[in-house]
Design a protein. Sequence first.
Length: 182
Amino acid sequence: MDIVLAFAPFAVFAVLERSVGALLEGLAAGAAAAACLLLRDWVSPERRVKPLESGSFLLLAGLMLYAPMAGGDGWSVAEARLRVDGGMLAVVLLTMLLRRPFTLEYAREREPEYVWKNRRYRRMNYVVTGAWAAAFAVMAAADMALLGGISRRRWPWRPRSPPCTARRVSRAGIRAADSALP
């Protein structure tokens, strides 16, 4: 459940940005939600500060500071989502590049040490993190397609709903991880 809660700052951002159309306020509220999650992990002795939550805070706070300088008030929904989805893709890929897939940090809080040091378990976490990366890549690609004005007649493969496509990619990655285990 903690991994779902880690995406709460983006839910806060999406709700404010979609319902009210307030980009800067949505980014500020998302950054505040991410800061609350970071503070919770930092103060609690049984929790660790996680790269996904740290990256979420840095991304949302950075975009909140950058947007006014880059004419963020004029960003379309697709432009804002492209920046957020692309930033999350970068965060997830960075955790893999640093050989600490972000899903492993959540496992460390729930599983004994011998489980999360197991090579197969680590490999499964790479697969699951890769599925998240693929989901963010699909969402960023869909955002770019929306920005490019690609018509459905010319490109019939364009996803109808980027979040639905991202969920399908995530589920496929989780099934692949399940099949990798004995």
